[in-house]
Write a new protein. Structure first.
Length: 368
């Protein structure tokens, strides 16, 4: 689930995006001995994840913190969200692309915004929910050491993982991801963290899409490379999980499907322009992948049916006017329901709206 990079990422590549969505469905944990078709993981001393590994059941049934955990401080509504989001319990979690450290959450029940303790370092990163914790995975940091003024990439990759501990209301080091290109897209399946794509800046500040795939065990930090993605004419923006497969979406009409159990790739139906634009948000729910535009523009909603391998247009979100500056900024599954957060802009006033999808009628219902 992603995009909304803001000025920092625009320096690296125009329109770069992708927002990770933690998988809502169960997938078997990565065994210590991988299936015969997949080579076993290689022990790595530099990628260990701190702390005991959550059980497989914890990965399948997240245990969110209580609604009032004492970690947040009341905040004025965040005027512009540019970054990845994730959901835990009834809250949406974000970070600020302006400070690269500020951590926010939005209560979808009360409409309240809160600020949470800042990250340890400045970076633009992916947020993922993992059991009862929030992970800040890798990302990019500003390249402040560029004496040639633009001849080096404007950002540098970050390989560390930080975890937010709701018991202590603080961030702690939680391991590393293997070295690789920046802008990789992460997604969690069972107790494994997969990383897809990225951009290479070997030939200057304009990034070239990469096909790399790697997986890190959240149990013991072991990592390995997997079969590269098929030939790309675009970069990967987001990765979402439906059943036991991972669906990769990008800024063209392609849908690539990866099976972690067999380490094989297949191709989904061409979207034909249905919701795979560079700045779209993607979220998987009930066997479908929903697509919403994030940046200002026509607020069109589309969905990909993974079983039928088809795309379809859906009813638009009611009451939003893109010409007036209204826009969607988050799409997540909250307490079992597909939930959309949007901001409605009028002179001197900006309000946050929450919509939920009625699976029976197919209608969008505005939350009170």
């Amino acid at each position: 689930m992603f995009a909304r990079l803001g000025a920092l990422l625009a320096l690296a590549l125009s329109g770069c995006g992708g927002e990770p969505t933690a998988p809502p469905a169960a997938a078997p944990p990565l065994p210590s001995a991988a299936p015969s078709s997949v080579p076993p993981m290689t022990a790595s001393p530099d990628t260990g994840l701190a702390g005991p590994a959550p059980s497989a059941s914890a990965a399948l049934k997240p245990t969110p913190p209580p609604a009032a955990d004492g970690c947040g401080k009341p905040a004025k509504e965040v005027l512009e969200i540019q970054g990845w989001s994730t959901a835990l319990g009834r809250h949406l979690y974000f970070h600020s692309s302006n400070t690269l450290r500020t951590f926010y959450r939005f209560d979808t029940k009360t409409g309240a915004w809160e600020t949470l303790p800042e990250l340890k370092d400045r970076r633009f990163f992916h947020l993922l929910a993992d059991g009862d914790r929030i992970l800040a995975v890798g990302g990019i940091a500003p390249n402040d050491d560029d004496p040639d003024e633009g001849k080096l990439p404007p950002t540098v990759p970050v390989t560390s993982i930080q975890a937010f501990d709701f018991a202590t209301c603080s961030w702690r080091d939680a391991g590393k991801i293997p070295a690789g290109p920046p802008y990789r897209v992460p997604v969690i399946v069972g107790r494994s963290l997969y990383l897809f794509g990225g951009l290479s800046f070997d030939k200057g500040p304009t990034g070239k899409p990469q096909r790399t795939v790697s997986v890190v065990s959240l149990a013991d930090g072991r990592h390995e490379s997997r079969k590269p993605m098929p030939k790309l004419g675009h970069r990967v923006l987001d990765a979402v999980v439906v059943g036991e497969r991972i669906f990769l979406l990008g800024d063209s009409n392609a849908v690539h499907i990866y099976d972690p159990k067999t380490d094989t790739w297949s191709r989904g139906a061409n979207s034909g322009g249905h919701g795979t634009a560079a700045d779209n948000l993607f979220v998987a729910h009930e066997g479908r992948i929903f697509s919403f535009p994030h940046t200002w523009g026509p607020i069109e909603v589309t969905a990909y049916d993974a079983a039928a391998n088809t795309w379809a247009d859906l009813d638009p979100l009611p009451g939003l006017d893109d010409k007036a500056g209204d826009h969607v900024f988050a799409a997540e599954v909250i307490e079992g329901a597909l939930t959309i957060a949007a901001q409605k802009s009028r002179p001197g006033l900006r309000t946050t709206l929450v919509f939920r999808h009625d699976e029976l009628s197919g209608a969008w219902v505005k939350a009170p």
